[in-house]
Design a protein around this ligand. Structure first.
Ligand code: FES
Length: 122
């Protein structure tokens, strides 16, 4: 249901109440996923720019890098990276940016909680 213009009521807040929750919804004819990352809601199109896979159906993980000592590994992101299920491109759910190539990104939509509803602004 649209509130007119760019506000789209897409889900109930309880559907994405916990970190790691996600829901895939229709927003004006386009599939969009709403993710809960540490309590904040973010939305991306369910579309991978590589070969059009349903990006947001992939695993939600983190990102590790080699530590300063050159031996250990450390998390620099947790629970905010979605991995495309077809070929593994990874996108930051909080920005839409590809974590390996800043020249590649998908749109990131603002999301609000309005009463018990989730509203995507697009
Ligand atoms: S279609 Fe997403 S990485 Fe290839």
């Amino acid at each position: 249901m649209s509130d007119g213009g760019r506000r789209h009521r897409v889900a109930r807040a309880e559907e994405v109440a916990e970190p790691g929750d996600r829901v895939i919804v229709d927003v004006g004819g386009q599939e969009v996923a709403v993710f809960n990352v540490d309590g904040d809601l973010h939305a991306l199109p369910n579309f991978c720019p590589h070969q059009a896979a349903p990006l947001c159906e992939g695993d939600l993980t983190g990102r590790m890098v080699v530590g300063e000592d050159g031996w250990s590994w450390e998390y620099v992101q947790r629970g905010e990276v979605v991995t495309c299920p077809w070929h593994g491109w990874k996108f930051d759910v909080t920005t839409g940016e590809n974590v390996k190539d800043e020249a590649v990104a998908v749109p990131h939509y603002e999301v609000e909680r309005d009463g018990g509803d989730v509203v995507v602004l697009r």
